[in-house]
Write a protein that binds this ligand. Structure first.
Ligand code: PNS
Length: 161
């Protein structure tokens, strides 16, 4: 079993799909560092600090803090971050082939850069339609997102309203 893994993403916001990947990753690795990354290619709705807080609160509320920790990465290469941390693998979730098309080049570049491998976990079929972008769209139009996100994210949207 790998010791420490990094689960990176924008998490703008965290969804129940992400939480399922976090819980299942703990069957594969001993410890998991969730890293909320600033992705310059995306204009986030929540600040990095807000996203870290919502992830942290969701993990506390699910009793997952301990083997799971949370951090953020404002800039720099993920591989450099993971290597300084001593992480042996990256964890990524995927829903469909579209995610794989997007993730595969990143996994290969990350392996080229430092030799770090990526473990892909398929999303639970119940979560295949859940995405952060759809959650933001539904929330912005006044729809109910409780099926898709943890309570901390509901509170996060309320705080922004
Ligand atoms: O949730 P996202 O936005 O799809 O996650 C993408 C993310 C943040 C994991 C990716 O953009 C990333 O790793 N960014 C860090 C900078 C980096 O190392 N870029 C090279 C990736 S091959």
């Amino acid at each position: 079993m790998s010791k420490l893994a990094v689960y990176p993403g924008s998490f703008d916001p965290l969804t129940l799909g992400h939480l399922d990947i976090i819980e299942r990753a703990l069957d594969v690795v001993e410890r998991l560092q969730v890293v909320v990354v600033h992705n310059p290619g995306k204009q986030p709705f929540f600040t990095l600090a807000e996203r870290v807080q919502m992830v942290t609160d969701a993990l506390i509320e699910r009793g997952l803090m301990g083997r799971v920790t949370v951090d953020s990465l404002e800039s720099g290469l993920l591989t450099s971050y993971a290597s300084e941390l001593g992480a042996s693998v990256l964890i990524k979730g995927f829903r469909t082939g579209v995610d794989i098309e997007y993730e595969l080049p990143m996994a290969r570049v990350n392996r080229d850069l430092t030799g770090i491998e990526t473990i892909f976990l398929p999303s639970d079929p119940a979560n295949t339609h859940i995405s952060s972008s759809l959650v933001k769209q539904v929330a912005s139009l006044g729809g109910d997102i409780t099926k898709y996100v943890p309570a901390s994210v509901i509170r996060g949207f309320k705080a922004k309203a």
